[in-house]
Structure formats: structure tokens, C-alpha cells
Design a protein around this ligand. Sequence first.
Ligand SMILES: [Zn+2]
Length: 272
Amino acid sequence: MRLFEAIIDLNHRAVAGDASAGLHPADFADALPVIALTCIDPRLNTFFPNALALPAEDFIWLRNAGNIITGTLSSTMRSLALACAVKGGREIAIIGHTDCQIAKTTTSVLLEKLSALGVDRSRLPENISDFFGTFGSERQNVIKACGFARSSPLIGAKIPVHGLMIDVETGKLEWIVNGYDTLPTTVAVAPARTDFAALGTLGSFKDFELGEMKFPEMKIGDAALPEIIVAPSAMPATPPPPPTTVLPPVKISTKRTVPPPIQPRPKFPGKY
Ligand SMILES: [Zn+2]
């Protein structure tokens, strides 16, 4: 049994009330950690990673509004690629959810809400829906995102890309794109040149070639920031007093444990 086959089985058992349903991560060491892309909806906060029966250390969580991927080289795709290459993610799961407010927000309503926040329509792209990647069907959005991720030149063919839906009332998962099915076939990858040209935000990079990219001789994160020099007058004469409240120490378990069963989500009346 492969990882997501086990996850779906355990999820359905847990939702049905089986308190003993849990994953043994050691059985799936080659498939962990999992990278999940979900929506920002707070109703999801209590579901992950328990809904996947994964311990926290094997769950890399990316979130954006609507779990949208706008293209094979989008910002979210770059994070997914780094999560695989740098953090060792072995399988990707794009997880949409029921009752997503992004799906319920029409372009005209979105423009009204942006306008109410002082956003000038004339400074926005002509096609708002394309720009934000908004959608009307949560399922189609997941399928589309999986298509972008699967065909992205940033994601190796060895990484399965799954698409799932989670019910925000029960935590039950539905597996709608089986990433294992697409593994044997070599996915047609659109030429990088076309993809770059298609990115509106990189319009000036139309002649950009991936092979010409110059990588700095430094580690990621070692940004060449200018040294900050603090003027003597700006330095405190005495060390600042200790904070009045101290957060309790975070208890870090070195032992992998089976996550607790899925809890019904708390009710936030009237918020959604
Ligand atoms: Zn949502």
C-alpha cells in the first residue's frame, strides 16, 4: 500500500469514529515528508496534519488563498520546488476544501471589495479572474493546479502530485487526482521560454533562458544584505528589561507518534 492509499483509508476510518486509525510513519519513510498546499481558510487550521494521519514533522504546509496555482513557474510553484529540493518533500498534495469562499466570490464582487479597500481599478490587470486565478469549482481548481504542478519544469517526474478535497465539516478527504497514476508517463513539459513569456509579471524577461540563469555562489538565505550600522546614539544604554510574560517552552518530541484522531471542527457561527 502506498502512502496516500493508506492516508485515505485511515482518514475514512477516523471520520467513521475509529480512534485507533493511525499511520506508522516508518512504513512510509521513502514517501515522507509530504508537502501540502491548502487554502488559507481558518476552518482548516484544526484539520492538518491530523486529517492526513501524519505527524507534524512529516507535514510541510504551504497555504494561499484558494490553494491556487496560476502557472507552471508561479511563486507557489517555486515554493513547492524548494520544498522538494531543500526540505526533502517526497510527495505533493494539493488539497481544496468544500465551501471555499474564493469559489463563491465573483469577479464583480471581488472588484467591489477591493474598491472598498481603496484599490484603484485602473491599476489592476484587465482580466482580474486570470490574474488572481479565481475559480467557480473547488474540484476543477484542484485538478487545474495539479496539471500545472505536474507539467512544471520545476518538479521532477519522481514526485507524485496528488489532488484532494477535504470536507470542512467532517475532515473527510476525497482523492480526486491520483499522483501515482501519472508517474509512469513522462509529462509533456511546455518549453520554459513559453512559460516565462506567459508570465505577465515577468514580461520584461521574454528572452530569458533558464540555461542562462546565473546562480549566486551562496546558500539560499545568505542574502547579500547591506550591513546595518547602528549609530551609537541609537543604541540603548542599558539592555532592555526582560518581557513581563514568557511563553512556555515548546515541547519538542523526538519520538514519532500516531496523530490523534480527527476532531470535529469548532463552530465559528456566522463567520462563513
Ligand atoms: Zn478556501
